[in-house]
Every structure is written in structure tokens, then in C-alpha cells.
Design a protein around this ligand. Structure first.
Ligand code: MG
Length: 201
């Protein structure tokens, strides 16, 4: 694969967590079933419920997610690419629809503690969630960064839509190599190892 010229300009790296730095183990259909929800995005469905019901269901979701966090497995190349980016003194952030507590548990489980400063870990508590680009814009403000020097790396449509919404570059990781949302991606890769190899070219 040829290295896109814009890649050398990227100084600000924002990663999705689940399925990007980890191997996806969330079965969202199963989670929806457990929560008694329909086949639609989970957080958006919960937001439409009366507030007393939201609290109960969010607590249940939180328990399910924490349980998953502890079983997470690090994806190929995740440690290596973060080590590489950090050695170059580049900015590193996380933007996830998961909770702050799950980020902490996940990073413990996959041993990626210490790469990210706490204020650059943007979880569910920050609204609006992806696919809004608000979380990316928030990080860019903290970093005094420009969109053309910023990239969102993720494995799902929401990650790429958030990147486009914020006006930054997008890198699409799809282990299957099928890339169903490729129209939203500036670069497609099948693993973070592949991305690291490109960066080192
Ligand atoms: Mg993901």
C-alpha cells in the first residue's frame, strides 16, 4: 500500500477503544436482548426512556460492560503503534461510547495504562456521543490542534462519521477487509500493525 501524503502531517491521534485497540468481543445484539431493547443504537434508545427507567437500564448496561472490559484482548499492533506515536511526542486521545470506568478497566486488562493522559480519555459521560464530532473538537481545542493534523481511528461507522463531522482525517480498521463504510474513510487498514508499517515507511 502507498503511504498517503497527509499521514505525515498527523500530529494528533484519536482512537476508538472497543474493536480498535481491543479485539471486538461486544455482542451488541446480546446486550440489547439483556436490556430489553430493540435493534437500534443502544444509547440513543435509552435516552428516549423516562428518566427513572434510564437510570436502571444504564446501571445494568454499566455492569455488563465492566464485565466485558475485564475480558478484553489487545488488538494486534495496538501496543506497538502507541509506543511509536508516543516516542514521536504526538498527542494521543480516546473517544468511545463506553464509560470512563470501562476505559480504566479495559486499559488495565489489555495493559495499555500510561499512554493517555486522563483528560484526553473521552467516554460516554461526554455528550453528544459519536457519531457527533463534538468529542474530537473538544480534544482538538485542548491540544490547540487543527483538523488537517488530526485523525480519528476506528472500526465502525460512528468513528468515521465523527471524524468527518469534526473535519479531520479518518482511518478505518476492519480486520475482515470488507470495509462496508469505506466511503467515510481516508485510509483503510486491516490491522494497526499495517498502519504502523505505513507510518514507518
Ligand atoms: Mg469500536
Amino acid at each position: 500500500m502507498t503511504k498517503p501524503t497527509w499521514l505525515a502531517e498527523i500530529q494528533n491521534w484519536i482512537f476508538d477503544m472497543d474493536g480498535t485497540l481491543t479485539i471486538a468481543i461486544h455482542d451488541f445484539d446480546e446486550i440489547r436482548k439483556e436490556l430489553g431493547l430493540k435493534n437500534a443504537p443502544i444509547l440513543e434508545q435509552i435516552a428516549l426512556l423516562p428518566s427513572f427507567q434510564q437510570e436502571i437500564i444504564l446501571q445494568k448496561l454499566h455492569e455488563i460492560e465492566l464485565n466485558i472490559s475485564m475480558k478484553n484482548i489487545r488488538s494486534d499492533g495496538a501496543l506497538e503503534i502507541l509506543t511509536f506515536l508516543k516516542s514521536k511526542n504526538l498527542k494521543l486521545g480516546i473517544l468511545t461510547r463506553n464509560t470512563q470506568a470501562s476505559i480504566t478497566e479495559t486499559f488495565k486488562a489489555i495493559q495499555l495504562d500510561g499512554f493517555f493522559e486522563d483528560e484526553f480519555l473521552i467516554g460516554r459521560e461526554f455528550v453528544p456521543h459519536k457519531p457527533s464530532g463534538a468529542g474530537i473538537i473538544h480534544l482538538m481545542k485542548l491540544w490547540n490542534a487543527k483538523p488537517e493534523n488530526t485523525v480519528m481511528v476506528g472500526d465502525f461507522r460512528y468513528d468515521l462519521e465523527a471524524g468527518k463531522d469534526a473535519g479531520c482525517r479518518t482511518i478505518y480498521v476492519d480486520r475482515s477487509g470488507e470495509f462496508p463504510y469505506k466511503n467515510l474513510a481516508d485510509l483503510q487498514i486491516t490491522s494497526l500493525t499495517e498502519l504502523l508499517e505505513l507510518l514507518q515507511k
